[in-house]
Unconditional design. Structure first.
Length: 426
């Protein structure tokens, strides 16, 4: 989805993520560091707080998809204190992920305990911009990587420093900030395993268009997920009523970090596959991310199309839940200004759904053509609908349902909400 839409449609937004390669001694890409970027021209991160980290995580795992960003290579992600201590929970597993402890983090007992828990869970740790006598020495026994700002290092002390790092089993050195061929020569001289810097490659800013979800839906979802007797039907209904939440849940279920190998044809299947605890973590990050909503009219139109497809499903002998997803995917793709085929590449859909959305085949494909014909006023094509072409009842129900769903959301936004309960994450 990279750079597919430089100018987003109304009600959508562009999201960005920086990606800088890390090379091995042979010049091959060993991994990427993911960086917060507020726009396509940003050279520096601008901010490295919990908001920035949350945006990187949400964008990498649910807007782009980690496979597209880093493939099968290592993914280095900067973490702030909140994530290291467990105050904010990581919504992904340890596979192919390296967690960077920023040099600005004060390493106290809480951080050491939190990092110990992460390592015990299988995560690898990198110490970013390692500074001597800063307290980060306490984390060396837990680290897999030490990132050293080579241009700032005193070459006279370098051999002893590297020998000290390598005295810890399994630690690899990443020389960062490399800007000249002389810096590369130093890496070769001292056998530094990994290298990163402008002399090798500058950060690349990747961009994708996405629809922005209701803040209300995020808060409602958090409240439902934190209930002691969370109702999966209620959770599914909240996600289904917001196109952006639906896309994120479907993408998250396809994330390499989740390890999902099944294909899904409904939102319920994606929710069951991920599990309520996993979705709670994503909802938490979406609240931290906290962006503006799509317009009421656009959400209503998208939900109307999805509901209309669901209503027509029995006429085509297709699953109503699969029809709802098919209608929603095509509506969201139109909002983003991209093709449904492009969006399908990032979603874990069944073969029938994928074929319908990319090639228009099967009963689902026929149903989508009828809905397209209705929206464009092509009465001749509408005649391909089984049981006649009278769609009045299905259309009226879809209009009522989508209008009520969005109106209820806006009405509820004016009600006072117990914020502490909504934001609580267990």
């Amino acid at each position: 989805m990279e750079n597919q839409s430089r100018f987003p449609q109304s009600g959508t937004r562009l999201v960005h993520i920086g990606r800088q390669p890390i090379f091995d001694s042979c010049g091959d890409i060993a991994g990427y560091e993911l960086l917060f970027r507020g726009n396509t021209s940003a050279v520096e991160a601008g901010r490295r707080d919990a908001y920035a980290t949350s945006q990187v995580l949400v964008n990498a795992f649910t807007e782009f998809g980690l496979d597209e960003v880093v493939g099968d290579r290592m993914c280095f992600i900067n973490l702030t204190r909140e994530f290291l201590t467990g105050e904010l929970i990581l919504p992904f597993g340890p596979e192919n992920v390296v967690l960077e402890v920023l040099e600005t983090v004060e390493v106290d007992d809480a951080v050491v305990a939190g990092v110990s828990n992460l390592v015990a869970a299988g995560y690898r740790i990198a110490l970013d911009d390692f500074v001597w006598r800063s307290g980060h020495e306490r984390l060396l026994p837990l680290a897999s990587y030490v990132k050293l700002d080579l241009p700032s290092a005193d070459e006279a002390d370098l051999p002893d420093q590297l020998a000290f790092f390598r005295s810890f089993p399994g630690v690899q050195i990443v020389a960062e900030g490399l800007e000249t061929v002389e810096h590369l020569a130093l890496c070769d001289k001292y056998g530094i395993e990994l290298r990163q810097g402008f002399v090798l490659s500058r950060p690349q800013v990747m961009t994708a268009a996405c629809i922005t979800p209701f803040k209300l839906r995020r808060l409602e979802l958090l409240g439902a997920l934190n209930s002691p007797d969370a109702d999966i039907d209620y959770v599914v209904s909240i996600i289904s009523s917001d196109p952006a939440l639906t896309m994120r849940v479907l993408r998250a279920s396809n994330s390499a970090a989740v390890g999902a190998i099944r294909r899904v044809s409904s939102i319920r299947q994606a929710v069951v596959m991920l599990g309520l605890a996993h979705i709670r973590r994503w909802a938490m990050l979406m609240v931290v991310d906290d962006v503006a909503e799509a317009t009421e009219a656009q959400l209503t139109d998208a939900l109307m199309r999805a509901r209309l497809c669901q209503n027509l499903a029995p006429r085509f002998d297709v699953d109503p839940d699969a029809a709802f997803v098919a209608g929603l995917v095509t509506a969201v793709a139109e909002l983003l200004g991209i093709t449904a085929s492009s969006l399908v590449n990032h979603l874990p859909l069944t073969a029938d759904l994928t074929a319908a959305l990319t090639r228009g085949t099967g009963s689902l494909g026929r149903m989508l053509r009828v809905v397209d014909a209705y929206e464009h006023g092509d009465l001749a094509l509408m005649g391909v609908a089984p049981a006649g072409n009278d769609l009045t009842g299905a259309v009226m129900d879809a209009m009522r349902w989508s209008t009520q769903a969005v109106s209820a959301a806006h009405a509820d936004e004016d009600r006072p909400r117990p914020r502490r309960r909504a934001l609580a994450v267990s």
